[in-house]
Design a protein. Sequence first.
Length: 531
Amino acid sequence: MSERSSSTPDNPSAGSGADRAADERLLPADYDLADLYGAFAAHGQDEDQDDAAVLVPPIQLPSERELADAALAVPLIAAALKLARWAAPHRPVDEFGDLLGEDRAPAAELLGLGKGEEAEVEAMRSWSLACDLDLVEIGTTEAGEHVAIPGPDLEPAEAGDEETVLELWLTAAGIVRELAAEADSLDLADEEAEAEEDDEERLAAVEESRKAAAELLDEALQVLYETTAFAEPGEETVPLGVLAALLVVPEGEEPDEELLGDITDLMITLDPMLGDLAELGLLEHQPIDPELFEEEDSPVGEGELSDEESARFGLVRLTPLGQYGVRQWLLEEGYDAPLVGELAQGDAEALLRGVSETANVLPEREVLVWLAGRDPETAARELLAASRGTDPYSPVRRLLSMQALEAIGGAARPAVAEVLDDPELGGAARAWLRGQGEEVTAPERGMVLWTLVDGFAAQLLTSEGEAEVLHRLIAELPVTDNPASFFGELWRVRHPYTGDVLEAIGELHLNRTVAKEARKAAFKARSQQSG
């Protein structure tokens, strides 16, 4: 997979689609981007694209059994297996391994393709795939005849062996991925050379175009992988225009007229390539409606486009099988492509430590995997015990445990009630129980202040300094008309992050007096810590 960037891919063939749809016909670039794609959510559009090229988000995959069953259900794979079995014990072929003329019609009928040249061509595609996957092997008899016999992977594949099936599917997906990029680059080869001496130069241009198309397809698949990872269940479908925009529009910029044209070109370039991958079950793909380029009246109404109108510009969804395939390619390229649940295999301590200390993680999903199948009350008790401590990651562990309690719900109440007087957990525990409708006594002032510092520290550590989040927390601080008194108490709190919290308040608070008192208190807190 290529490393993604937010710049326009250098794709020599991208302009050909725009040329075909030129003149007065309507293109996606003729419409306002917000109207065109406003009917859909652009998943992951706010993610930092440069970071995403390094940190691949975790995904949650079905079991290998489910993935293997999905691979066997792909028509091309099923057809290749059927033809390989049909070849037993051996089938005569030509010197290239292709079926002889008299066997092509029976092969098409076997696959239920009907009769005729088109059916036979389709059958030959499946036969070629069977050969490429070594489901059939080509040999020569003693008489010098070329024959095909079933390969060693046929029987385990037919039996549904997970490793064999997934390896076969991944190989097939790689072949189709290469062919899709190659087909896009062949537009250049169809251009007639002006002179014989231009052949070498033309072939070099074709090869350059093929590489660019392959990089573009890889980038598109990686974007789909990322957006699918962040999408809520049922919302993984991405409009083709949004996918193209994520590839060409620089972070934080609104697309101008030129970029809208680039988006259109890219949509037209990607559309057939994605369609090829859909044949292997890697994608679900609704192509661009070809009639759009014949219409003179805009389908855009006075308001936003409906889902149905927007869908005419193409839709794409990476399937679980596609996620599996793209992840394997990412791993081959040296990317760290984690799975949701990898950190949820141990006890509560291992879970909280792993999630809090790992940058590339989806905490809520990891916690839910850990909770599955566990007794809720016991799980709550284990999480609370594992969240104690004053090490650098302890505030994050306590934040995670409180979030996990929300997922557990009322069944966690007995375990939470046991820690009401705990100096580290009591404040948050009382707040959680009040949120559950329980009547609990207010904590002592010292516990209130310690919990305030601890919660603020957790947000400092997990928000990565996002000013909006921190400003909201600062606005909610219970600072009275006498900030010197409030911070005079706060700097004395024995918490490893007291100085950092006060320093952040001093830097970000909009009230100058409050900010000044916070900075003074931060100095005192650090002096206390160093002493």
